[in-house]
Write a new protein. Structure first.
Length: 127
């Protein structure tokens, strides 16, 4: 449980900061995403980092059950799969990312990130 709380605290801070940042500076974050799409080197490094992060979470926190800790496991698996997908299929993944920006689907990121950050913050810092 200590690992769950530790990861929840870190993820909470990241999701809250990113969600609030995107809420107030959405155009800036759209440029960041576009920068990753346009820069293969940055995408490659981000994919490696995402794989490492996902692998650590999956290795040390692969807990499936009917409690809040499954959120962390799902985030870990999501990061691992996303990183592998970017490395294995960079062009299709970058085209998909570009289409998400064009369809304005990034507008949903801020509220989802803030809600996830609040939920993880509750379990990490309060509960």
């Amino acid at each position: 449980m200590q690992t769950s709380i530790f990861i929840a605290k870190i993820a909470s801070i990241i999701y809250l900061a990113a969600g609030i940042g995107f809420l107030f500076y959405g155009d800036y974050y759209k440029k960041v995403v576009k920068g990753f799409i346009d820069n293969p080197g940055a995408s490659y490094i981000a994919a490696i980092f995402t794989i490492v992060l996902g692998f650590f979470i999956v290795s040390y926190h692969n807990i499936w059950g009917a409690s809040w800790v499954v959120i962390i496991t799902i985030l870990g698996w999501g990061a691992l799969i996303k990183g592998i997908a970017i490395l294995a299929f960079p062009e299709p993944i970058m085209k998909l990312s570009a289409s998400v920006i064009k369809m304005k689907k990034l507008e949903y990121f801020a509220p989802i990130a803030i809600i996830l950050g609040l939920v993880l913050g509750y379990f990490g810092f309060i509960a």
